[in-house]
Ligand binder design. Structure first.
Ligand code: ATP
Length: 243
């Protein structure tokens, strides 16, 4: 039992939740280590959304709303941490949702799909093929899902697939706390923020943005600026940490 008075209460509850989800196969053991890397960067970022990340989240909402065929790709950690937030974003953006796993087994796909559907998410279903040219299972996707997408939101992604999606001509919105990751570097819009915070903000913008603003926000996107901002923010915090 984690006492609510613990100064790291939220983080400990999240860790416990993820550990529980390893028992049902929704989160892989490797997923726990990926979470640890994310936590480390969130610590450096002060565990709150920066102004720069909020701007990226607004652009992400505009991209999803302007897309012909937006898709949200969900892996085990994202499902465990943010099923409710994905459901809300699907409602607000009308994006399709597709399960995509690096450590893929039919049992894991089923367990994650069940969890997402329990939260009211409609999934792209049916057969998958290796439409994304990768020699691991992140390459498997649905024809009606990621293969046909023009904008793909990829929370907690690996760099290989983010690059492959860009090479296929898609716009990629990444959510990754690591500003140095290959994913952040190649994404059209790298959102350097924690996944639940980011999804809530994107959903909020989806309900607010008008057509003129959507057009303006999607005209000229400079992803690397968000990486610079995050690194500068971390640098400032580190320099002032003992003041
Ligand atoms: P690269 O993009 O450089 O190829 P990788 O393939 O090694 O990175 P993964 O192991 O797939 O990356 O890890 C996914 C990323 O997700 C990590 O970089 C980590 O910072 C990030 N991450 C983990 N948990 C969260 C979270 N809750 N919110 C946002 N990002 C997170």
């Amino acid at each position: 039992m984690i006492p609510e008075s613990h100064p790291r209460y939220k983080s400990l509850v999240t860790r416990e939740k993820l550990a529980q989800y390893t028992k049902t196969g929704i989160v892989s053991l490797e997923g726990l280590t990926a979470h640890g890397r994310g936590e480390a960067f969130d610590y450096l970022l002060g565990e709150e959304t920066t102004e720069s990340a909020l701007r990226a989240e607004k652009i992400a909402a505009a991209l999803l709303l302007s897309a012909n065929h937006p898709v949200i790709s969900v892996n085990g950690n994202t499902a465990a941490l943010a099923a409710k937030e994905i459901a809300q974003l699907q409602q607000a953006s009308q994006a399709r949702v597709e399960v995509n796993l690096f450590h893929r087994t039919e049992e894991r796909v089923q367990a994650i799909s069940d969890l997402l559907q329990e939260h009211g998410i409609t999934l792209v279903e049916g057969a998958v093929s290796r439409y994304i040219p990768l020699d691991h299972d992140r390459g498997l996707c649905h024809y009606d899902g990621m293969y046909s997408a023009d904008v793909v939101l990829v929370p907690l992604e690996d760099g290989d697939r983010a690059q492959a999606l860009i090479d296929l001509g898609k716009k990629v919105i990444a959510i990754d706390l690591n500003p140095l990751s290959r994913t952040s570097k190649v994404a059209t819009v790298p959102i350097i923020d924690e996944v639940t915070r980011a999804l809530v903000n994107i959903t909020g913008f989806c309900t607010e943005l008008g057509q003129d603003e959507i057009t303006r926000l999607t005209e000229d996107i400079h992803g690397t600026g968000f990486i610079r901002d995050a690194l500068e923010y971390i640098r400032e915090r580190l320099l002032n940490v003992l003041d």
